[in-house]
Design a protein around this ligand. Structure first.
Ligand code: LFR
Length: 483
């Protein structure tokens, strides 16, 4: 029998990052956490930035720990990096950072967002398949170029965060397709950049190179002797693309995918993009799979609502047992009469989420909850309804009927949210005990290394040994699509 293969997945989210060690043996993938660390953007004056040096430091700590955890004599075969979408760095020819790394929640894009809504959003949607949303790279780069025009002399290259970490690891600078597809700068009908969009936002086309597909080997890790020999593989750089790859979906279709974390990404794989006024109105983002396919999805504000509300309560849960108690208390409450509109722009980056929620409820003449359990119930039911609305919209646009919602990510462990989703959507939610983003990241590495034939094979093998929990819909709560 061949000896096991060892892989590392660097998986960065907006609120925490981690490095996972994967062991592939007898067609099974076993994951252990080598390192986990908090992540947050920091405000300097009016703007929000990532601490990119700290992130890189933590990534290296994690990779060293992963290497140190291997059996004597064993080596890491490869490393892959995925992160949240949209955020990027600007470099010069020497690979030096020439602009600070802004966080997508920085409100610098608000004027550009409003201007595009007045004029150009339809054209950009037709060109890129990405709706006009505040975090788009297009709006961020347009603001950078407009406010700091000298940047076009200083910078020669734009890399997205996973591309940049790949570059630090391997020395090779490439744009990877899935994360490029979050930018609103990629041609929705091809795999290259959209001239129309780059011109509209006045972004130098020379900052980008044609995106590479997932699975491309970028070279060996340099500068870290503990990882000598490990290949850096361009996996789907966008965490959502990785999470979708890890969905043990039925091959005949019929499954809707939900990656539930800070954001709730509700979508599916489709042979072509969903375009036109209905898709644009439903804010369907035609993001891409690692091999260039389409995964139309709607981004529903997710557990960010709960994570942020918790900050306003000193008695927030810290241990799994306290979490269970909170969810049980919330589940025992009566269903709220008025649910939140999660798309409220006031929820983007409020100083106090509780105050932002209370303000929305007050506007709608509803009473604010009195305790954390009340907020938890309100938030889970509201997000659940958001999931169901996205599902109903997709059914209407495609004529498909979804049979199940497959759920991965932190939210899949939240039984209140899973049940609220099933109840509102009227179909079962199947939640998997699965580190979706890290597993998808490693799937691409395994395929690149020749250990697994293709993604369909990987999903089949994964599905065979996963624990799952089914939440059947209760009652007649199914959401009707408003026409
Ligand atoms: C999730 C995610 C979403 C993207 C958001 C901002 O982590 O990648 O897919 O819309 O972060 O980039």
């Amino acid at each position: 029998m061949a000896s096991p293969l060892y892989l590392a997945a660097v998986d960065l989210g907006a609120t925490s990052g981690r490095v996972m060690l994967g062991t592939w043996s007898r067609n099974r993938l076993r994951l252990t956490e080598a390192h986990r660390f908090p992540n947050a953007y920091r405000e300097l004056g009016a703007h929000a930035y990532w601490e990119i040096g700290t992130l890189w430091h933590e990534v290296q700590v994690g990779l060293r720990r992963a290497a140190a955890a291997l059996p004597r004599g064993a080596k890491l075969a490869s490393v892959g990096v995925d992160t949240w979408g949209c955020d990027h760095v600007l470099l010069n020819d020497a690979g030096r950072l020439v602009f600070p790394v802004h966080a997508y929640r920085d409100n610098r894009t608000q004027p550009g967002l409003a201007a595009l809504a007045r004029q150009g959003a339809d054209r950009m949607y037709a060109a890129t398949g990405i709706p006009n949303v505040f975090y788009n790279t297009s709006l961020q780069l347009a603001e950078t170029v407009a406010r700091c025009p000298a940047i076009t002399d200083l910078a020669t290259r734009c890399l997205f965060l996973p591309d940049y970490l790949n570059f630090l690891l391997s020395g090779r600078a490439e744009n990877e397709l899935t994360v490029a597809s979050t930018s609103q700068l990629l041609d929705v009908h091809g795999r290259d950049w959209s001239r129309t969009a780059l011109e509209h936002f006045r972004i130098p086309p020379t900052w980008f190179t044609p995106p590479v597909l997932a699975g491309q080997k970028l070279g060996r890790v340099t500068g870290m002797p503990e990882l000598a020999g490990a290949q850096v593989v361009a996996v789907p750089g966008h965490d959502t693309a990785c999470a979708y790859d890890a969905m043990p979906a039925a091959p005949e279709g019929g499954d809707l995918f939900l990656s539930s974390g800070t954001w709730s990404l509700v979508g599916f794989e489709h042979p072509q993009p969903l375009l036109g006024p209905a898709a644009q109105a439903a804010r369907v983002a035609n993001e891409r799979t690692g091999l260039g396919g389409y995964r139309p999805l709607t981004n529903v504000v997710g557990l960010f609502l709960l994570e942020q509300t918790m900050q306003d309560f000193s008695q927030r849960p810290k241990h799994p047992r306290e979490w269970d108690a909170l969810i049980a208390a919330a589940a025992a409450l009566p269903a709220p009469a008025v649910l939140l509109d999660p798309a409220d722009p006031a929820f983007t980056a409020p100083k106090s989420m509780r105050a932002a929620i209370d303000a929305q409820l007050k506007r709608r003449k509803a009473v604010a909850p009195k305790h954390l359990a009340g907020y938890t119930r309100l938030i889970c039911d509201s997000i659940g309804r958001g999931h169901a609305a996205a599902a109903a919209n997709f059914e209407q646009m495609t004529g498909r009927k979804f049979r199940r919602i497959l759920m991965v990510g932190g939210g899949s462990k939240n039984r209140l949210l899973c049940q609220a989703t099933a109840d509102a959507a009227g179909i079962p939610v199947v939640s998997f005990n699965l580190e979706g983003t890290a597993v998808g990241n490693m799937a691409s590495q395994l395929i690149a290394l020749g250990a697994v034939r293709d993604l369909a094979t990987f999903r089949r093998q994964l599905g065979a040994d996963l624990k799952q929990k089914v939440y059947a819909p209760r009652g007649a709560a199914r959401l009707k699509v408003e026409s």
